[in-house]
Design a protein around this ligand. Structure first.
Ligand code: ADP
Length: 612
């Protein structure tokens, strides 16, 4: 070294670059751990490469490792590696100039956009300076691997001045010492620091050991796993390994249902595992977690700019080493990268679902309750997804059977054409369901909020297919003989009814049902109901009289016949009409509180008559 002791200015224009870095560059202060450990791991990887080129002459049993030493009393955190190390000149070049030119570049490009929204997820070759987010003072002690190298020491207290002098490190590698300031207080905690190391560096390719100097504890086991499962070939992984990895990464001690191992080399590299989680409760909405890594370093959870949104319902890890992390999220979105990534994953996921549904149908049926929301969401969000996994979409019947659309149509088409009859509630709509089942028609259950957009989507893509709720019309197959011909003859009955229930506007019809026990049912066309539901969602008001709700009286029912004959006492007829109307309303939807009260009163009246 020419100068034994050197003082200088960091080569930047701005006087206050560090405060800016602190404030704007990273949203999470804990990122310094990721940056410093990554630098250490890079230094080790570089040395390994030099060695394999015959340029470093390391012993056979060289043990590469990173050590993180927390000293709460001294208020320091040290990152120690045995990688390439740096000479004083290299420190000047890489730390002072390059890093700061990165900072200047960053400043220039983002000057205008420096507001809280411009989130930057990567680094501009200034990761090292993230240390100042938590430290007042940073030291570097380094000894280069080069044969004649001298140890160097660098010190910077967060201003724009640095000091470089001869160092004392006597083994190859670099020690970065952070003197933690008030901003970094929380990181002086053993548990917190370990947690952060695990979060970002839990899978990096170099062993990390944790040492607590104040407590005098020194881990024997590395804190990370340097060969994460996603890097292995799928054919070399056992089910046990996949499950263990899932428990370990997601802290979810339910077994995953199944998983997909992703592995792609072109047009970009991607490795990962996507798990289909088991839901804890039947109606639980799914909440996934997809962890994004770049060359085994954790970047963030659930980055929707990079990972197709519907996949965020799954749990998984994805390692995308080609991901340009030094750009803003909005750039990523427009990069075309996401599109390619999405295209690939959509295909892999659909392939897996189709193969399971074809080869392991019994098992697949059992998964359906857990995965149906994911699949439906995917179909609605991703144009290609439905096309690709159409045959893996199942419909669950009220009897607990599972059919694909083709299977359903095949079973029912001769009776109801290309309609798919569905119910939202097996209990509430049981009366309607029973009437269809009596005619040998399968009724499917659609119970989630996603079903409405999903079925609309299917209707748009499947020629002629129409979903019809069970109470949308009196299906032809439920109608008995006759009916239409003596319409006129029922006018008296309809008038009695309108009078009794005090609703002149209600549409009433008389039809003979095949089933004789039900006196009446209410129908509302599929179309009107959907309009009503949509307007409810958007808070629009629909004119009350405009609904095409219809009460259909069953001409084959004994009570209706009695009323129709016209020789009942007026008061008795009124009670019967009101009661039929209330019962039909009950199984169609619900009664208003006032009607419910009257309904109960009337019930006890009828019971009293009955015992008399
Ligand atoms: P980046 O890692 O993006 O290049 P940094 O500011 O983190 O930016 O680091 C700048 C440079 O300093 C690195 O590229 C590397 O050459 C050098 N460096 C940083 N940390 C170490 C280390 N622990 N050992 C050897 N060299 C290092």
């Amino acid at each position: 070294m020419e100068n034994h002791f050197e003082k200088g200015n960091l080569s930047i224009n701005s006087e206050n670059i560090l405060p800016i870095i602190k404030k704007w560059l990273y949203s999470d202060a804990d990122i310094f751990v990721r940056e410093l450990v990554s630098n250490a791991a890079d230094a080790i990887t570089k040395l390994g490469r030099l060695d394999s080129l015959g340029e470093a002459n390391l012993p056979e049993d060289e043990a590469f490792a990173i050590k993180i030493v927390l000293d709460k009393e001294a208020r320091t955190i040290k990152f120690v590696d045995n990688g390439v190390g740096m000479t004083a000149d290299e420190i000047k070049k890489y730390i002072n100039q390059i890093a700061f030119s990165g900072a200047t570049d960053f400043m220039n490009r983002y000057k205008e956009k420096m507001d809280a929204e411009s989130e930057i997820i990567g680094h501009f070759g200034l990761g090292f300076y993230s240390a100042f987010m938590v430290a007042d003072k940073v030291e570097i002690d380094s000894l280069s691997y080069r044969p004649e190298a001298e140890a160097a020491h660098w010190l910077c207290d967060g201003g724009i001045e640095f000091e470089i002098s001869a160092g004392s490190r006597d083994t190859r590698g670099t020690t970065v010492t952070l003197h933690i300031g008030d901003d970094g207080e929380e990181f002086l905690d053993d548990y917190t620091l370990r947690r952060i190391v695990k979060k970002y560096c839990g899978f990096i390719p170099v062993e990390i050991y944790f040492e607590n100097a104040a407590a005098k504890t020194n881990d024997k086991e590395p804190i990370n796993d340097k060969n994460p499962l996603w890097l292995k070939k799928a054919s070399d992984c056992t089910d046990e390994e996949y499950k263990k990895f899932y428990h370990q990464v997601f802290m979810d001690f339910n077994e995953p249902l199944f998983w997909i191992h992703l592995n792609m080399d072109y047009p970009f590299r991607l490795k990962g595992i996507l798990y289909f989680p088991r839901l804890k409760h039947e109606l639980e909405s799914i909440e996934g977690q997809v962890k994004l890594f770049s060359s085994q370093v954790f970047v963030a959870d659930n980055i929707k700019e990079v990972i197709p949104e519907f996949l965020l319902l799954l749990k998984g890890v994805m390692d995308c080493p080609d991901l340009p992390l030094n750009v803003s999220r909005s750039f990523l979105q427009n990069d075309g990268y996401v599109e390619k990534l999405s295209g690939y994953i959509v295909r892999k996921v659909a392939d897996k679902l189709v193969s399971l549904s074809q080869n392991e149908r019994e098992e697949y049926n059992k998964y359906w309750d857990d995965i149906n929301q994911f699949i439906k969401y995917g179909c609605v969000r991703e144009a290609d997804f439905y096309e690709k996994c159409r045959d893996a979409v199942l419909y669950k019947s009220t009897k607990g059977e599972f059919y694909t659309l083709s299977e359903y149509l095949e079973r029912n088409e001769d009776k109801i054409g290309k309609k798919v009859i569905y119910a939202n509630s097996a209990k509430r709509q049981s009366q309607y369901i029973r009437m269809f089942e009596e005619q040998g028609v399968d009724v499917i259950l659609l119970t989630t909020r996603l079903d409405a957009p999903f079925t609309t989507h299917v209707e748009a893509l499947e020629e002629g297919v129409a979903f019809a709720r069970i109470d949308s019309e009196l299906s032809e197959i439920m109608k008995g003989e006759d009916t239409e011909k003596d319409k006129k003859a029922h006018e008296g009955l309809i008038a009695i009814f309108k009078e009794a229930i005090g609703n002149k506007n209600l549409a009433i019809e008389v039809q003979n049902f095949k089933n004789e026990t039900t006196p009446a049912m209410i129908f509302l066309s599929e179309e009107s109901r959907r309009v009503q539901e949509i307007s409810k969602v958007y808070g629009m008001k629909i004119g009350k009289g405009k609904t095409d709700e219809k009460l259909v009286l069953n001409g084959a029912n004994e009570l209706v016949k009695l009323l129709d004959a016209g020789n009942l006492d007026v008061d008795d007829a009124k009670v019967i009409c009101e009661h039929i109307w209330d019962m039909a309303s009950l199984s169609h939807g619900h009664l208003s509180p006032e009607r419910m009260e009257k309904f109960i009163e009337r019930n006890s009246l009828i019971l009293r008559e009955f015992v008399r």
